[in-house]
Design a protein around this ligand. Structure first.
Ligand code: NAD
Length: 260
């Protein structure tokens, strides 16, 4: 379905971004990977995706905490592939602390990577999409773009911002075949969440498996983690002709979390 299209997925060396990259590659899209990690492991990942799916896969390690990170990433993908048809803004970090103890440098980093980088990348990618008359922007927000939890001030402010930005971009592109939507996952078992489970296990003196079950029970009624594969399938749907008139939406994939 996406043969000949090119996709940039930020933060795709791990977790949800990698799941989305695999799903888009599976539909024939060329892929620009981004994110941190050990150089040898990233090259092995790049080569294995290219071999498995028979598409071009490139890597650009732009640091999205920097204002020009997203722009540089999009420009590089356009030079290599000729276009950026699909932009998935997925990179994100977390910091957990009460507001009064929240370190200002962590606030700045979370806002820069989880929110400002989304703006910078969209700003760089949109002119090319408008010129071609086709584009898909998928922002990986979170249930925390829709509801709040304690101790995550910067993350929740950033993700609510992403949901708002998604709506603005959808309105500005409403009359052309460019859509902009947000995916709002509940708990997904990735390194980002594993760190929170490990911290909980240590804090409460309980086994890690128990901490994982407690984490789910607290918020996610299905008591199942959403998987990167499920989110990849949703991203593919958002890039399909069936979703051409689906824009500005924030789609929870949260086992009922936000229905409570
Ligand atoms: P992860 O830690 O597995 O992956 C994060 C990715 O972002 C990695 O590839 C990392 O290298 C990259 N990254 C981090 N800082 C970066 C920077 N400065 N520049 C470029 N890349 C950077 O986390 P994940 O759980 O897969 O999270 C992906 C997205 O999904 C995030 O936006 C996160 O907020 C969101 N999300 C995650 C969950 C969850 O339960 N895991 C739930 C809702 C939303």
């Amino acid at each position: 379905m996406l043969n000949g299209k090119s996709a940039v997925i930020t933060g795709s060396t791990s977790g949800i971004g990698l799941g989305i990259a695999r799903a888009l590659a599976g539909q024939g899209a060329n892929i620009m990977l981004n994110g941190f990690g050990e150089a040898g492991a990233i090259e092995a990942l790049r080569a294995s995706l290219a071999a498995e799916f028979g598409v071009e896969v490139a890597y650009n390690g732009a640091d999205l905490s920097q204002p020009d990170g997203g722009g540089a990433l999009v420009r590089d993908a356009r030079e290599r592939f000729g276009a950026v048809d699909i932009l998935v803004n997925n990179a994100g970090i977390q910091h957990v602390a009460p507001v009064e103890d929240f370190p200002p440098d962590r606030w700045d980093a979370v806002i820069a990577i989880n929110l400002s980088a989304v703006f910078h990348a969209i700003r760089a990618a949109l002119p090319g999409m408008k010129e071609k008359g086709w584009g898909r922007i998928v922002n990986v927000a979170s249930v925390h773009g829709l509801v709040a939890s304690a101790n995550k001030a910067a993350y929740i402010a950033a993700k609510h911002g992403v949901v708002g930005l998604t709506k603005v971009v959808a309105l500005e592109t409403a009359e052309i075949d460019v859509t902009c939507n947000a995916i709002c996952p509940g708990w997904v078992l990735t390194p980002l969440v594993q760190a929170q489970i490990d911290a909980r296990a240590e804090r409460e003196g309980i086994p890690v498996a128990q901490a994982g079950r407690d984490l789910l029970s607290e918020k996610q009624p299905s008591k199942q983690f959403t998987t990167p594969e499920q989110l990849g399938a949703l991203a593919v749907f958002l890039c399909s002709p069936a979703a051409a008139n689906l824009t500005g939406a924030s789609l929870p994939v949260d086992g009922g979390w936000t229905s409570q």
